[in-house]
Structures are given as C-alpha cells and as structure tokens.
Write a protein that binds this ligand. Structure first.
Ligand code: ATR
Length: 290
C-alpha cells in the first residue's frame, strides 16, 4: 500500500505497546479491502492520555484503540460514549466525530462475536467466570446483558467479586452475578457450565499456572473460554479438554475486537472470509498453534 497525501491514520495508545498484534490486524484489513489507511502504535506516558487524545484530534486521526492502563482514564477525554462502554466503564476504541471522539468497547463485542462464531451461547446459560478484575467485570456485564441465567463469579479476593457483582446486578436490574471465593468452587450447583477464564493467571511465561487445578472442577465444564491467547493452549484449556470439554483461547476475541473497530472507523462490514485471512496471519505468530 502506498502512503500518500490522502492516507488516514489510526493507532493504538497504551503503555507498553511494543508487543501489540493490532497493527497486523488493521494493516492487513486495509490491504485486503483497499483502504488508504495505516495503523501504528503510540507509546503514551502514564498520566498523559488526555494530551494524547487532544493531540489525536488536532492531527485528525481517524481512530484509536486504547489499551492498558488507559481504558478507564480515557473516558474523561471523550465527548460521547456508547452505552455498552459506558456501563462497563472501559473504552478500547475511539471513533472520530465532528467534535472529538466517541468511545466504544469492542473488546466485549469482539468476545461475543468470537463466542457466537464458535456456537457458544450466553442466553439462558449457567456460567462460571474466573476473576473480578477489569476484564472479568466487562465479561460479567456482557453475560448479564446477553441473558445469562446465572454467572458464578469466582475470585481470589471475594470482596472484589462482591463489589463487581453488586454493580453489574444494579446496572442490569436483576440478580444474575453471584460472587464467590475461588476456593468455594466445591459449592457450585450440579450441572455443566460454560467457564470463562478472565484472570491473568496462566499468561506466558507462567504457563503452568492455573486458578484451579482440581480435576473435579473441570468435570463441571462443557466449554472453557480463556481470554488469554499466549500461550496458545493454557493449562486451564488443557485441563478442560482432558475432562472432555471444548476449549478456546482468546485470539478470536482479539481478532474481532480489531475487526469491529475497523468496521466503525471505515464504515464497512468485514466478511468472514476476510476475517479468516487475518486470523490465519495472527495464528502464524504462535509457534504452538494447532
Ligand atoms: P485485568 O484488567 O486484566 O482484569 P486486573 O484488574 O488486575 O487485570 O485483575 C486481575 C484478576 O486476576 C483479578 O481477578 C485477580 O484476583 P484478585 O482480585 O484476587 O487480585 C486475578 N489474579 C491475578 N493474579 C492472581 C493469582 N496469582 N491468583 C489468583 N488470582 C489472581
């Protein structure tokens, strides 16, 4: 692709940004779809996200992705926010408007598209959610708005799960999130569950770590979805598969959060065929990918 006077710029603001796969997603899409757009990483110092957004506006950047540690702090710099992102309290995508930027949370839309694509449903489901941090909080809200019957939120620090559950339940107007301490997993009701792994435990290089290692826990899981994609197969996924469950990593969530951002910036729909091309390219970054 030739960069010229009409090239539009998008990018990622975060700290760190060196290991991001987002440029691969967006620049591949721009190439396939013939859009005159380029996507680059921008390292932003802590405390300077507001300046970064002001600068982006002055430079007329088409859009930005936002990553750690700015997903909540960036909200103060927006002039509009999508409902889902506002309720989650985290924004990962900024879209240029006439007056500034509108914030979206394509992480959760991306997770939902990834799950739907694998035939995983949330409505009417009994779900186990591991974690109560920023990521798990967003997943809890997604499950609640998509009609999950009950979400058992297990966390090392039960007080945090209680706070998150109360907030999400209040927002959606029903008692759908049930907070528990992780070691109370033996008290989960009978039945088979969709389990979503939303903690950072098991992330490379600590690939042998897992929140719960007890076999009896994995007997309860029909499908395990780990938000982690590095390593390709986490210990949580291995244990789920070893007990007959299906297991997925978070790479398709990463893929679709990018695709949805790209769709918002360029006002297009990306086909599943094009999504597959980008996915295969991303997969190439993982030596142990199956
Ligand atoms: P993120 O934004 O990625 O969700 P976070 O907000 O720091 O990150 O949340 C990290 C999550 O992983 C939390 O649920 C945390 O549990 P606590 O609330 O008890 O801290 C969980 N977590 C991180 N390291 C953990 C560990 N070694 N054992 C158990 N849980 C862990």
């Amino acid at each position: 692709m030739e960069i010229n006077g009409k090239t539009r710029v998008c990018g990622l603001i975060g700290n760190p940004v060196e290991h991001t796969l987002s440029p691969m997603i967006h620049n591949t899409l721009a190439e396939i779809l013939g859009h005159n757009m380029v996507y680059v990483p921008f390292l932003v110092e802590p405390g300077r996200v507001a300046e970064a957004v002001t600068g982006a506006k002055a430079l007329n950047l088409l859009g930005l992705n936002v990553t750690v540690p700015f997903k909540s702090d960036v909200i103060a710099s927006l002039d509009e926010i999508d409902d889902l992102a506002g309720n989650i309290g985290a924004v990962n995508t900024l879209v240029r408007t006439e007056s500034g930027y509108k914030g979206y949370n394509t992480d959760m839309e991306g997770l939902y598209r990834a799950m739907t694509g694998e035939g995983i449903r949330l409505d009417g489901e009994q779900i186990i959610l591991l974690g109560a941090g920023g990521a798990a909080r967003a997943v809890a809200y997604l499950c609640a708005v998509k009609g999950a019957e009950r979400v058992y939120m297990l966390n090392r620090t039960p007080g945090k799960a209680q706070t998150v559950a109360a907030e999400v339940n209040r927002t959606v107007g029903r008692e759908v999130i049930l907070p528990m301490a992780t070691e109370e997993y033996g008290k989960l009701p009978e039945g088979k569950f969709l389990a979503i792994q939303g903690t950072s435990v098991g992330l490379a290089p600590h690939v042998d770590d897992v929140i719960i290692s007890d076999d009896s826990f994995y007997e309860k899981i029909h499908t395990g979805f780990d938000l982690i994609y590095s390593p390709w197969e986490t210990r949580f996924m291995k244990l789920t598969r070893a007990h007959g469950g299906r297991a997925y990593n978070g790479l398709k969530m990463l893929l679709y959060q990018g695709i949805i951002a790209y769709e918002l910036w360029n006002r297009v729909n990306v086909s599943e065929m094009d999504a597959r091309i980008v996915y295969e390219k991303l997969k190439g970054c993982f030596i142990d990918a199956d």
